[in-house]
Design a protein around this ligand. Structure first.
Ligand code: NIG
Ligand code: FE
Length: 425
């Protein structure tokens, strides 16, 4: 087929990192599907051909050309776990932690998540939008083309919906594609202190059914958001998590969990039993639960910026998850408490050091496997004909620089759904 003049041929890459169209399980992780001197054709929003530069130039001589200049071209990063929308900051708490207070001590004294809840409840929607928009643009600049983003700093109907509205507006206004998650079960709000079960009942009987109708009114064309629970001592126990999961599942929501970040309450087993799409954090997960995860389709999402941000020694046992046959993904956990970092290049660099992934494994975990954690692997996360043209042109010739270097930005050009992304300044 002859492409018309609206098509773009990206050619002369050093390495075209295509990956595989589906998630990479266990030891298969790290299959980058590299085409040396590769090229691809974009028509409208999609990739329509992938191959060697010489072949594609011969097949599509009239396509507009974009010279990758002998550099790496790869899929855009998928960030499978973020708390993108919040107001204010918690710099003072960071200093308290450096002086010896723990994250959970600060949270039980009314700081932590509750401090961000106060700021987010008090913020006008436009302020919340501005602050979150800046972070979304930064994520995009560092190469994230799709992400998940949670509510969870509202903890009442109006403020949770305010966060979801901001996410829907951001998704419409920016090239960053955002898949929202409802996380009213992020903490017990202060007005429910000592009455956590009542708050859980409110979530199950009122918020979730209302969310479903609200969502269907607002965005008829999109799938329902995910429902997530912070299953942790000081947040929601296993029984409360299960109640929320059952209510959410019966309404057709897909499930996610924050499990085993600080203590193991059995959340991973519950997530596997309830066929959650992903289980995230997994620092204190037992060997038996890792086996259960590996036998399931629940994606294990490691968030290395969180122990790094908290200056803790323990990370997700990623190599063990791979050895047992699990599907491992990486994400940033961008949030104001533990990890204010939406840079997936840093996540990759850190994952290689702190969890001993190879650069190839970390890249696959941050693209195709992260797409599986969001159920969007049919559209994105790898570069094959038929997928969205979500891709990055790097400033380097060898993909390993993404892990080898750290703290900077090796992304030169970004294409989202076939369009080149331009930043204002
Ligand atoms: O994933 N653990 C719960 N949620 C976040 C932290 C949120 C916060 O401290 O504001 C996390 O680490
Ligand atoms: Fe989180």
């Amino acid at each position: 087929m002859q492409a018309d003049h609206s098509s773009i041929l990206i050619h002369s890459t050093s390495q075209l990192i295509t990956l595989t169209p589906e998630a990479q399980r266990g030891e298969q992780l790290g299959n980058l599907g590299i085409i040396p001197d590769g090229a691809l054709l974009i028509e409208d929003e999609s990739i329509t051909a992938v191959g060697k530069t010489v072949d594609l130039i011969r097949r599509f001589p009239r396509a507009e050309r974009f010279d990758a200049g002998g550099k790496v071209v790869m899929p855009g990063f998928v960030d499978a776990h973020t708390h993108l929308v919040w107001a204010g900051d918690r710099a003072a708490e960071f200093e308290m932690r450096l002086e010896g207070k723990s994250y959970m001590e600060i949270m039980s004294a009314g700081g932590g998540i509750q401090a961000s809840v106060n700021a987010t409840r008090n913020a006008r929607k436009s302020e919340l939008y501005e602050q979150s928009h800046e972070r979304a643009q930064e994520m995009l600049r560092y190469g994230t083309t799709s992400c998940e983003a949670k509510s969870g700093y509202g903890l009442n109907w109006d403020s949770e919906i305010k966060q979801l509205e901001v996410l829907l507006e951001l998704n419409r206004a920016c090239e960053l594609e955002i898949h929202p998650t409802f996380l009213a079960a992020h903490a017990v709000p202060k007005e429910y202190t000592g009455r956590a079960d009542e708050y859980v009942t409110l979530i199950c009987n009122s918020m979730l059914p209302e969310l479903k109708s609200w969502w269907e009114r607002e965005t008829s064309e999109r799938e329902l958001p995910f429902v997530d629970v912070f299953c942790e001592k000081g947040a929601f126990n296993l029984e409360q998590t299960e109640r929320i999961f059952k209510a959410a599942k019966s309404l057709g929501f897909r499930l996610k969990i924050h499990a085993d970040e600080f203590e193991n309450l059995g959340g991973t087993r519950l997530a596997v039993n309830m066929k959650a799409i992903s289980a995230d954090h997994l620092v204190k997960t037992s060997a038996q639960e890792i086996r259960l995860l590996a036998e399931s389709d629940t994606v294990a999402v490691a968030l290395p910026c969180t122990p790094f941000g908290l200056n803790e020694a323990a990370y997700t046992p990623a190599r063990e998850i791979i050895r047992q046959g699990g599907v491992l993904a990486l994400a940033s956990d961008l949030n104001p408490g533990t990890a204010w970092c939406g840079n997936m290049q840093f996540v990759i660099a850190l994952a290689c050091r702190a969890m001993q992934l190879t650069p190839a494994q970390a890249i696959a975990a941050a693209t195709i496997n992260a797409a599986a954690a969001l159920g969007i692997q049919e559209n994105t996360g790898s570069l094959q004909a038929g997928k969205q043209a979500d891709l990055l042109v790097l400033q380097v010739e060898d993909y390993r620089h993404l892990a080898y270097r750290f703290g900077g930005n090796l992304v030169k050009d970004i294409f989202k759904k076939g369009k080149r992304v331009h930043f204002s300044e």
